[in-house]
Write a protein that binds this ligand. Sequence first.
Ligand code: ACO
Length: 328
Amino acid sequence: MNKRAVIQSVGHAVPSKVLTNDDLERMVDTSDEWIVQRTGIKERHICQGDEGTGSLALEASREALERSGIPASELDLIVCGTVTGDYIWPSTACMLQTELGANNAGAYDVSAACAGFIYSLGTAAAMIESGHAQNVLVVGADALSKQVDWTDRSTCVLFGDGAAAVVVRGETDTDRGVIETVLMADGSGGKYITYEVGGTKYPVGSPQAEGRRDKVYMAGAEVYRFAVQAMGDACCKVLEKAGMTPDDVDLFVPHQANLRIIESAAKRLGLPDHRVFVNVAKYGNTSGGSIPLGLYEANEQGLLTKGSVVMTVGFGAGLVWGANLIRW
Ligand code: ACO
């Protein structure tokens, strides 16, 4: 029988500092009413001081590993979905490798913004199914609070920081594990969510960087239109690949960017509220952390049991989008 990539455990981490909509009212020209009505977000967790993507990813990874019972030395791969690593390079995954003592693991980051965990889990599953890896740590982590413009009300109210991680193991004689993955991209929409300065086109402090964006820029309305279409499309495609229908899905864990986007995807799929996981009110959009954080909380709340069918879906800067279908 073929090898399946089965999730063994989930860990998570969010900063202790909570920033509420009331706090934001004192920082920019906005209101709790506007933010809740347009996005469903009430508060978010924000890094302070030395906290960042690396520290969150490490805490989440430690919890996931401890819960899995698999020692770090038995990991053969670490994949981290992030666009806000502590450094442009080396990768966050390599930092995790050394801090965890995963001395037999390869490690790399995946740059797929808010779809980072979906891309990372899909990659990990392929490595396991093809026999290239047995035990893989998959992390989704971002700290966009470090990159947003805190004077721009159109973006700063949307994001929060967070990370979560899963340990995935290859198993045979089971129907559990990642069933199917769909990964999609449209680079022509890259201009709609950007962070321009800091790469090799506009290096920090260079003449080329002058006048370029050194904070997160987002064309909200364009991204909104894309997201509504992309979420539904990716779900339909992953279900079709698996020969399943929305009726087969026990729990839908979508990227938590905006409640209205989640509701419109759920409506298109005909999924009732009790099969849709939502925690956007507490965390805002934590980018790569969003979907695994949803899996973590759903699991803690007893919404996921062995054999449950979970569908994840996400979209983000790139543009990228995709979905995983998992038997828990
Ligand atoms: N408070 C009050 N008013 C605001 C705020 C705010 N925080 N932000 C914008 N406004 C104003 C605008 O200036 C505009 O005013 P105007 O009509 O006078 O020009 C008005 O509110 C309406 O703005 P819209 O852009 O039409 O608002 P919309 O209903 O589209 O909601 C939002 C904006 C929430 C950003 C929405 O477009 C959205 O969710 N887009 C998708 C974002 C997303 O999910 N990104 C995820 C990817 S991020 C990544 O990959 C890292």
